[in-house]
Design a binder for this molecule. Structure first.
Ligand code: FAD
Length: 305
C-alpha cells in the first residue's frame, strides 16, 4: 500500500498541468510545512530565524522542467536576486538549484549561460551554488555541466544519489575535481535497470559512498533524516579521526526538527535546505512520496481555511 502511495505521489509530482495550476494559487495543501514562502523576502525572514538558531542554510528557488527559454532566464534572474538578498541581509546561506529550471530540456548553451551568470554573482558575494541531482534521464548531462563549470568556478557543488548502481564510479571519477558533494539516497522513481529497487540496498550503498568520499578527503554533505546513517557517520568520524570541518549534515526545512537541533547542540554543522517560490507543487509531492504519512498534513491543509 505504502509503495502504491509513493508511486502515486511521484506520478503526481511530474504532472505539468497540476504544476501550472498550483503556481496560480498560494501555498496550499500543507505546502507551508515544507516551503518557506512564495518569494525570497518571506524566505529571508525564515532564514534569519534559522541562522539565529545555529543552523546554516541552502536556499532553493523552486522550479523545474522549464520548457521555455524566457522562464529559464527568469529562474536564473531569481537565483541572482536570491544571492544578492543573501549578501545584503548577511544571511549564512548557500544556493541550490536544478538544471531543468535553468533550461536543461531546452538547450545546453542556455543552461551554461544561465549558470555562468549565477556563479559570477555567487563568486562576487561569496555564495556557494549546489546543482541538485534530478532523474536519471538528466543525470549524465548534469554531471557533464558540473565538470565543465567546475573548471571555471570554485563555488560549485553537486549531488550524487546512492540508489544508482553507477554512483561509486561517478564518485571516484569526480575525485580529481576535489568536489563539494552532497550525498543523498535519491528521490526519483527510477527503473531497476539503473537503481537499486530495494531500500536496504540503497541504505547500504549510501553508507559505502559516505565512507568513500570522507576517506577520499573531500568535503561531504550527508543529506539525510535517517538516524542509522547519522550514527554511522559519527562512528566514521571517531574511527578515522575525520575533522568536523570536512563534513556537515543537511536536512530539509520542516523535517525532523528535534534531530536537527540535537546535532547542532552536539557541535555538528547542520544545513537546512530551504525552498521557496510559487513552484512548490512537484517538491511537495516528492516529500509526500518519501513519507506518505505526511499526507495527514495535506488533508489538514485542504480543510484549513
Ligand atoms: P529515508 O530512509 O527516506 O528516511 C529516514 C527517516 O527519515 C524516515 O524513517 C523518517 O523518519 C524520516 N523522513 C524521511 N523523509 C521524510 C519526510 N519527507 N517527512 C518526514 N520524515 C521523513 N534527492 C535527489 O534525488 N536529488 C537531490 O538533489 C536531493 N537533494 C536533497 C537535499 C537535502 C538537504 C536532503 C535532506 C535531501 C535531498 N534529496 C535529494 C532527497 C533524498 O534523496 C531522499 O529522498 C530524502 O532525503 C529521504 O531520504 P532519507 O535519507 O531522509 O532516508
Amino acid at each position: 500500500m505504502e509503495q502504491l502511495m509513493r508511486n502515486f505521489f511521484l506520478f503526481l509530482s511530474k504532472n505539468k498541468t497540476l504544476t501550472k495550476l498550483a503556481k496560480k494559487y498560494g501555498l496550499r495543501f500543507g505546502a507551508a510545512r515544507f516551503v518557506a514562502g512564495i518569494d525570497i523576502d518571506h524566505a529571508a525572514e525564515k532564514i534569519k530565524e534559522i541562522n539565529r538558531d545555529g543552523f546554516v542554510v541552502t536556499v532553493d528557488h523552486l522550479g523545474e522542467f522549464n520548457d521555455n527559454e524566457k522562464e529559464a532566464i527568469e529562474s536564473a534572474d531569481e537565483c541572482i536576486h536570491a544571492i544578492e538578498v543573501i549578501a545584503e541581509k548577511g544571511l549564512d546561506s548557500e544556493l541550490s538549484l536544478k538544471m531543468t529550471s535553468m533550461g536543461l530540456d531546452i538547450s545546453y548553451d542556455l543552461v551554461m549561460k544561465n549558470m555562468r551568470r549565477i556563479l559570477d554573482a555567487g563568486r562576487k558575494h561569496n555564495v556557494t551554488v549546489t546543482i541538485d541531482m534530478e532523474d536519471f534521464e538528466r543525470y549524465q548531462k548534469t554531471l557533464n555541466i558540473f565538470k565543465e563549470l567546475k573548471k571555471e568556478y570554485d563555488n560549485l557543488g553537486t549531488v550524487l544519489q546512492a540508489y544508482l548502481y553507477r554512483v561509486e564510479e561517478d564518485l571516484q571519477d569526480l575525485n580529481e575535481y576535489n568536489p563539494y558533494l552532497r550525498l543523498v539516497k535519491g528521490a526519483y522513481k527510477e527503473s531497476p535497470e539503473v537503481a537499486f529497487p530495494e531500500k536496504k540496498d540503497v541504505d547500504e550503498n549510501y553508507k559505502k559512498i559516505i565512507k568513500m568520499n570522507l576517506l577520499n578527503g573531500n568535503y561531504t554533505a550527508i543529506a539525510t533524516h535517517d538516524d542509522a546513517v547519522i550514527e554511522y557517520t559519527k562512528q566514521l568520524e571517531k574511527e578515522h579521526d575525520i575533522p568536523r570541518e570536512q563534513f556537515e549534515f543537511q536536512m530539509l526545512f520542516g523535517i525532523r526538527l528535534e534531530l536537527q537541533k540535537r546535532l547542532v547542540e552536539e557541535g555538528y554543522k547542520m544545513r537546512v535546505y530551504v525552498p521557496y517560490g510559487k513552484d512548490w507543487y512537484g517538491y511537495n509531492m516528492r516529500r509526500l512520496a518519501e513519507r506518505p504519512a505526511n499526507v495527514l498534513f495535506v488533508l489538514k491543509g485542504i480543510f484549513k481555511k
